[in-house]
Design a protein around this ligand. Sequence first.
Ligand code: F3S
Length: 646
Amino acid sequence: MKIIKAKTAGFCFGVDRAVNMTYQLLGQGVPVATLGPLIHNPQCVDDLAARGAITVDRAEDVPPGCQVVIRSHGVPETVYDALRARGIIYHDATCPFVAKIHRLARRAGQEGRVLLVAGDRAHPEVQGIVGHACGEVHIFADLSELEKICQEIDGKSGVFAVAQTTFEVKKWRECTNFLKKVYTNPQIFDTICNATWARQQEAERLSRMCDCMVVIGGRHSSNTQKLAAVAGKHTRTILVETAAELEPAWFWGVQTVGVTAGASTPSSIIEEVLSSMSEEIREEEMSFEEMIDASMKPVYSGKAVKGVVTAITPSEVQVDIGTKQTGFVKLEELTNDPSAKVEDLVKKGDELDLIVTKVNDQEGIVYLSKKRFDENKGKEEVAAAVESGEIMEGDVTESNSGGVVVLVNNVRVFVPRSQATLRHSEDYTKLVKQHVRLRIKQCEGRHIVGSIREVLAEEADAKREAFWQNVEIGKHYTGTVKSLTNYGAFVDIGGVDGLVHISELSWDRIKHPSEVVKVGDVIDVYVKDLDTENKKVSLGFKKVEDDPWVKFKAEYPIGSVFTAPVVSITKFGAFVRILPGVDGLVHISEISRDRVEKVSDVLSVGQEVQVKLIDVDYDKKRISLSMKALLNEAPVQEDAAEEAAE
Ligand code: F3S
């Protein structure tokens, strides 16, 4: 048995859009209610319910906190009013083709014409259309009903005729031919959706060549029923909702079977049915006429066009590209920024440069991308920068084990980690979210490579040159500590690293520079010495005014008496800490009037002793103290040093 699947089988654009919108909201954890089942497919509706979507009949029944999705059929104006009155957030998935009929319905009333709607009066789409009319409206299901209406109405002021999007094409032709005969200037709008028309056409063609037709879809779906009706005129036709309903006996003796599906049938169900029936499956091939047609199309994938924004929703914009098709640009095709909102990017009436990404002629839809246009334009600029060597700018969007990606004029430029930072030791992942300058080194197809390091190195060279032109001994700089060694700290003072020797870091004796500074510290330094030939700079850090010897000289004249701790003991005496960095010696002979054999017999480290300053050699930085000298004197007060200093 040969199975031929119709190309047009399955979700139409409008249903696909509504279903995606709902799954997206559920995926974001939004509590969703749909006004009526979202689509005429029980399996899909059950799946949405399993994910938390609820179905209500009226805006008044929406539970508090729920956001509403208006299905592709659309709703009357009063429903929008009710939602707004209750402050309910709603997402309008009304199919743009249906929304267009709503506008026509309003226009009929505004122009004082009678509105004639071809369709099923019980169908929500027809009720929605009627709910947007503001004048006289009549609904008809076929020619005989239309004839009756036309006998009763006064059509002098003119008539507007529209059709439910899924109305049968043949019936519509009969009705419109009649209207043209009865009225001198009827306004007839062919609002039957191309998707429906194309499905019906294909179903009819397939049914003529097959022994049997299988139509997959919800039994309550109007377009599925019509597909079955159209196919049933030419061959035995079976309508199934799922693969489970298939019976092998139906296909005994069948050579060729055609399969189509309604516009609200998910592809997963179609695939299930096909694999249950499977033996040989082939898609219907394009006819020669269709191929000629396709080649003549003015709109094709990859074409650059201009589009004027006609409508905005949170997930897409609708654009007029000056052809019969309706254009759509999804949010993700507008911008690379995942947090951006459509309304912040474009507004109605804006003209956008776009690239066509997909054309669906059957449904009259064109998908477009602004991002792709910007990328193409950006790519030209990036390619030109390879030649010119121009420095480009961009934002680092991500990092990986190989390097970082920089978005330059909407083009992804890869920067290897070796080219991302000036020093190899630097963490290149910290560049993410930073704005950087870079040179484009290569642009071949998708292989676009840049170097941030090259620009940084040039900038550092320029800084270095400026430094050596202006530097002089004694000049102060604010620098950043770049690295530490046992003998000092290297400090970047603007493209040049100078060394602060360990002895220059502190007036105290320290064992390692890390006792005073750490990498990344911003410190004030001054130039102590320069070696212009070898391009070396010695820096000073500790300040003269902090020199404890300066303080000592000012505050401790000869004869001062003060109390201070013993910090070390030697054979020849004890060292006493006068100030941090300034120690004085009490010689063994200056400890007592009695003979002292061993210093440690009378003094210990940490002991506070009262001493008198008896001599200082500032050149050799030697201070002589005496305890013995105080034994000949009257008791001395603690603040003697201050008094002596005065
Ligand atoms: Fe819209 Fe046509 Fe489908 S009107 S909902 S695309 S059948």
